[in-house]
Design a protein around this ligand. Structure first.
Ligand code: 1PR
Length: 531
C-alpha cells in the first residue's frame, strides 16, 4: 500500500494513475499520523513553494514530515517536494521549508533560455543507487522555474544534477528517502521504471547511494519537444470526435470532419513517442466544460494510460450556468487538473484579460483567469493559446501594431503585415496584435505560449517562421510553434530557423501521413536534440 500526500493543488491524478499502472494500491494521507505510519509515502509537490508550505502547516503535517524523513522511513518527493526539503525559496520569501537540507532555492537565471524550464532534460549521475536500476539514460520531464543549487548540499545526498544555463540539483537521495526535481510519472517508460524501483523496494535502503561516480563532463541538453494536438468537439450526432480544420474550418461537405476517437488517438501518439499531448475543446468558448462531462472523461481515461504531459484548453473562463450558479476560471481549471491535466490552455479569455489590462493603463486587479490559475498552480501550468491571422499593410506606421516586413508579400503586393489576435476559434478579430497579447499574458503570469497561425492551419505548407521569431523574441517564456506542418523537414526547419522550444502538429499525425518517429529521425539526423 502506497500513501499519497495530496493537498489538493495540481495534477496528483497522474501519480495515482502511474502507481496503479505499476500494480500498487494507493491511499491518501488523512492526518498527521498517516505521515508517520505510512509504509511508503509519496509527496508529489505541485504549485508554489509558499502554497505547499502553507497547506502543510494548515494540516499539521510539517513536523510529522520532518520526523519521518529524519527517521529514514521510505519517502519519495517529486518536483516542489524536493525544493521544500531545503530551508527556503526565492519564490516565497520569508516562508520556511522543512530544512532537512541546507540552502535556498533560487530562480533560474539562464540568459537567453526561457523560464520556466519545460520539457525533457537529461540527468547526470553522481552515484549509484538502486532507485535508478535499469535507468537507460533517457531524458526525463522537468517543469519548474526554481532550482536547488549544489552549493552547501551535503555530498552524501547528491544523486543527480542537470543543466539549464547552469548546473542544478535534479535528484537527492539517502537511505530510504529520495526527492526528484523531474516528474517520473510524466517521463514515459524511463520515469515509470524509477517509480517502480521505489514502489517495489522491500526493507532495503533503495535510495542509498552505494558508490560515488565521477559525473560526466558534458552538459545535459533539453530536447526540442514534438507535440501531437487533438482538436476535439461534438459532431452533429453528438459524438465527441477528434476533428481538424483547414484554416479553422472543420466542416467538409457540411459535416464536422471525424478523424478518430480522442482517447485512442492520444494513446497511439504516446506509444509512438509524442513528447506531450494537447487536447483543445474547440467549441469550449460557447459550451461550458464543467457540464461537458465527456471531455473530462476523455482526460481521465487518457491520464490512466498516457504518461507524458497532457494539456487541455477550451472554455477556461468564469461562467454562470442556467441555474445561476457561478464558477470562476480557477474552478474550471481545477476540475481539469483533478481530471489529469498537467497544464491548461487559455485562448479567448487571455485576449479579454490583456485588452482589459491595456485599457487600465497596464494595470491589473489580479482577477484575470491567468492570474487566478497561475497563483495557485504556478506559471508553468498556464499555457496561452494564440490564434492570430496576418493583416497585410503598405504602411506599418499607420497600424499602431507590431508590424514586420515580410518575405511573403500580401495579395496586393503589400510588404508588411501584423498578426491580429482572434477569439472564439478565429471567428472574431480584435484590435490586439500577437506581441501585445503574449507580452501581456507573460506579465499576468502565463508560463508558455502555444502559437497557432490561422493562415497556416491545415495547409501543410510549413510553420510561419516570421510569426514565431516575432513572438519568441517578445517573451522569455517557452513558445510552442503550431500550424502548417506538412512533413518531417518542417520540424527541422522550424527548430533551425527559430528559437521555438517545441513544435506541434495535428493533421499529418491524424491522417498517418507522417509518423512521429519519422519526425524524430529527421531531427536527429539534423543534430537537433530529441527525446
Ligand atoms: O478560446 O479558451 O475557449 O479555447 C479554444 C481553443 O480551441 C483555442 O486554443 C483555439 O486555438 C482552439 N480552436 C478553436 N477553434 C478551432 C478550430 O480549428 N476551428 N483549433 C480551434 C485550433 C489549431 C491548432 C491545430 C494546429 C495544427 N486548432 O490546435 O491543431 O493549427 O494543425 P495542423 O498541424 O493540421 O496545421 P478558448
Amino acid at each position: 500500500m502506497i500513501t499519497l500526500l495530496d493537498y489538493g493543488a495540481g495534477n496528483v491524478r497522474s501519480v495515482r494513475n502511474a502507481i496503479a499502472k505499476l500494480g500498487h494500491e494507493v491511499c491518501d494521507v488523512t492526518g498527521p499520523e498517516d505521515i508517520l505510519n505510512a509504509e511508503k509515502l509519496i509527496f508529489p509537490g505541485v504549485g508554489r513553494f509558499g502554497l505547499v508550505m502553507e497547506r502543510l502547516q494548515r494540516d499539521g503535517l510539517v513536523e510529522p514530515l520532518i520526523q519521518r524523513i529524519r527517521s529514514d522511513k521510505p519517502f519519495l518527493g517529486i518536483c516542489v517536494a524536493l525544493q521544500v526539503l531545503f530551508e527556503g525559496s526565492e519564490e516565497s520569501p520569508g516562508v520556511s521549508g522543512l530544512s532537512i537540507l541546507p540552502g535556498q532555492i533560487k530562480r533560474f537565471a539562464p540568459g537567453n533560455l526561457s523560464v520556466p524550464q519545460i520539457g525533457w532534460n537529461g540527468i547526470r549521475l553522481h552515484g549509484d543507487s538502486s532507485l535508478l536500476n535499469g535507468y537507460n539514460g533517457d531524458k526525463l520531464y522537468f517543469v519548474h522555474s526554481y532550482r536547488a543549487s549544489l552549493e552547501g548540499l551535503p555530498e552524501e545526498w547528491l544523486l543527480t544534477t542537470s543543466d539549464y544555463g547552469e548546473q542544478y540539483v535534479s535528484g537527492v537521495a539517502r537511505g530510504h528517502v529520495a526527492a526528484l526535481q523531474f516528474h517520473p510519472e510524466k517521463s514515459g517508460p524511463a520515469g515509470l521504471k524509477i517509480l517502480e524501483n521505489f514502489l517495489n523496494s522491500g526493507q532495503d535502503r533503495v535510495c542509498e547511494i552505494t558508490a560515488r561516480r565521477v559525473a560526466a563532463d558534458q552538459p545535459t541538453v533539453m530536447a526540442k519537444r514534438v507535440i501531437a494536438c487533438l482538436d476535439v468537439r461534438s459532431n452533429d450526432r453528438g459524438d465527441l470526435v477528434v476533428t481538424k480544420g483547414d484554416q479553422y474550418d472543420v466542416r467538409e461537405e457540411g459535416e464536422v470532419r471525424n478523424l478518430g476517437k480522442p482517447v485512442e488517438l492520444a494513446r497511439r501518439y504516446y506509444e509512438e513517442g509524442a513528447d506531450e499531448i494537447t487536447f483543445l475543446n474547440i467549441t469550449g468558448f460557447r459550451d461550458f466544460p464543467m457540464q461537458d462531462q465527456p471531455m473530462i472523461e476523455v482526460l481521465r481515461k487518457t491520464s490512466e494510460e498516457v504518461f507524458v504531459p497532457l494539456t487541455i484548453g477550451g472554455g477556461i473562463r468564469e461562467f454562470t450556468d442556467s441555474e445561476g450558479r457561478s464558477y470562476t476560471a480557477l474552478d474550471v481549471a481545477s476540475e481539469y487538473f483533478r481530471s489529469g491535466a498537467d497544464k491548461i490552455s487559455i485562448g479567448s479569455d487571455a485576449v479579454y484579460a490583456v485588452e482589459e489590462m491595456i485599457s487600465s493603463n497596464g494595470r491589473s486587479n489580479g482577477s484575470s483567469s491567468i492570474e487566478q490559475i497561475s497563483r495557485v498552480y504556478g506559471a508553468q501550468a498556464v499555457v496561452i493559446s494564440v490564434d492570430p491571422r496576418r493583416v497585410y499593410v503598405d504602411r506599418p506606421e499607420e497600424t499602431g501594431h507590431h508590424t514586420i516586413r515580410t518575405e511573403l508579400p500580401g495579395p496586393n503586393g503589400e510588404q508588411y503585415c501584423w498578426y491580429q489576435c482572434t477569439v472564439k476559434g478565429g471567428r472574431e478579430g480584435c484590435d490586439l496584435d500577437a506581441v501585445q497579447l503574449v507580452q501581456g499574458c507573460e506579465k499576468l503570469g502565463a508560463g508558455e505560449i502555444l502559437l497557432n497561425c490561422i493562415d497556416r492551419d491545415g495547409t501543410n505548407s510549413g510553420f510561419d517562421h516570421e510569426l514565431i521569431n516575432l513572438v519568441r523574441g517578445a517573451v522569455s517564456i517557452p513558445v510552442i510553434a503550431s500550424s502548417g506542418a506538412g512533413c518531417a523537414d518542417h520540424f527541422v526547419q522550424v527548430f533551425q530557423e527559430t528559437k521555438a522550444e517545441a513544435a506541434l502538429a495535428a493533421g499529418i499525425f491524424h491522417r498517418r501521413e507522417v509518423p512521429i518517429i519519422a519526425v524524430k529521425e529527421a531531427l536527429n539526423a539534423a543534430h537537433i536534440e530529441i527525446r
